[in-house]
Design a protein around this ligand. Structure first.
Ligand code: SF4
Length: 365
């Protein structure tokens, strides 16, 4: 039996009522849970993609202060949006949010669509985010299945399917909809997410759970095996190099990325691919000379950072150089020291710059 089938409408009602009562008593106060305005729900859901709730609170509040309406966001420069996003990571979300605001102003008379299907046609809005926005902002009868929600439901129904697969997600969606209390999609969606975040996490606290007596995996002693995990995929290794290239005016050389790719539109340290045996000061110097004509004098400083992205495990080696003052052409630009902290940069590059400045700030500022 891949999942439980022995529940009736009375059981479903009991389960959803206990969840909503628990949520009413335990919900965290969050800035986007005050008015449930569609624009606020939209921004919060985009920020919450791949980011922890506590981190989002600060960024959300600041974003709303600067762009209180969808129209304000649509009229802003992308650079300003990226600047406010700095530190949240996954900058593509900021770019999508900006394009989405412009599209809604142009095509939907400034009104955020309420249907899950239409929301999914907007930039950066996938099935989960669309369903969550439709449920929370418009009480649409749908359920967004993020990792928290999938975990909780997989345990409640003791599901033996891998819920990261299309089949597993469809099973979970059907079951989640059976529990959905009519006209209360907003509370229900958030209650599921909150239960997953606060009670039914990696180490579930079943004694404090409103579903302790209903939960099938708890009854069957299979909680630790739910959700069923897909086989871990090992990451592919990549080696990259980047340079902190300063001129004698202490300006830093940056590179404007094109509008596609993981760092679309950001300013980054000039970087290049390498192989493990080519990670060297000389390899980067040759790259820099070829791309910009600049001949750098290496500083007695370098570091290697490890970070991962989707299927990649990346080893990034960063060296520092001083070069003579010279003009550079696009996509390269010189940035003044006073602007270092406000430039939106990918976090590994930001980390490298910060570590260098922590050691040698007297050289630069
Ligand atoms: S009883 Fe335990 S396993 Fe079941 S939903 Fe609650 S916390 Fe999760």
């Amino acid at each position: 039996m891949p999942y439980a089938t022995n529940f009736d409408s009375t059981w479903c009602k009991q389960v959803s009522n206990s969840l909503l009562a628990w949520f009413a008593a335990n919900r965290r106060d969050l800035p986007w849970r005050v008015h449930y305005r569609p624009y606020e729900v939209l921004v919060s859901e985009v920020m919450l993609q791949q980011t922890q709730m506590q981190r989002v609170v600060f960024y959300f509040t600041r974003f709303m202060t600067r762009f209180p309406t969808l129209q304000d966001l649509a009229q802003a420069d992308l650079d300003e949006v990226l600047e406010l996003w700095q530190g949240l990571g996954y900058y593509r979300r900021a770019k999508n949010l900006h394009s989405l605001a412009r599209k809604i102003m142009a095509d939907y008379d400034g009104k955020i669509p309420s249907s899950c299907e239409t929301l999914q046609t907007l930039p950066g809005i996938g099935p989960y985010t669309a369903a969550a926005i439709a449920a929370i902002a418009f009480e649409a009868p749908c359920v967004g299945l993020d990792a928290n929600v999938l975990r909780v439901l997989a345990r409640l129904f003791d599901c033996e399917e891998d819920v990261s697969t299309t089949v597993g997600k469809k099973i979970m969606e059907d079951l989640a909809l059976k529990l959905l209390p009519q006209g209360r999609a907003c509370e229900y969606q958030q209650a599921l997410m909150e239960l997953g975040a606060l009670i039914c996490g990696r180490s579930p606290r079943c004694r404090q759970c409103p579903w302790e007596t209903s939960c099938l995996s708890h009854a069957h002693g299979t909680v630790s095996q739910r959700p069923v995990k897909a086989q871990a995929v090992s990451r592919l290794v990549r080696y990259q190099m980047a340079g902190l290239v300063f001129d004698t005016q202490k300006r830093l050389l940056l590179c404007r990325q094109p509008d596609t790719g993981i760092w679309a539109n950001l300013l980054t340290l000039p970087d290049c691919e390498a192989t493990q045996d080519k990670l060297s000061c000389g390899h980067y110097q040759a790259f820099l000379a070829k791309k910009t004509g600049l001949l750098g004098k290496a500083q007695n400083w370098h570091l290697t950072l490890k970070h991962s992205y989707t299927k990649w495990q990346i080893f990034l080696q960063v060296w520092a150089y001083i070069v003579p003052q010279a003009k550079v052409s696009a996509p390269f630009v010189w940035v003044e020291p006073a602007d270092f902290s406000r430039i939106p940069m990918p976090s590994p590059h930001r980390t490298a710059l910060q570590r260098y400045l922590d050691n040698f700030s007297e050289n630069i500022v």
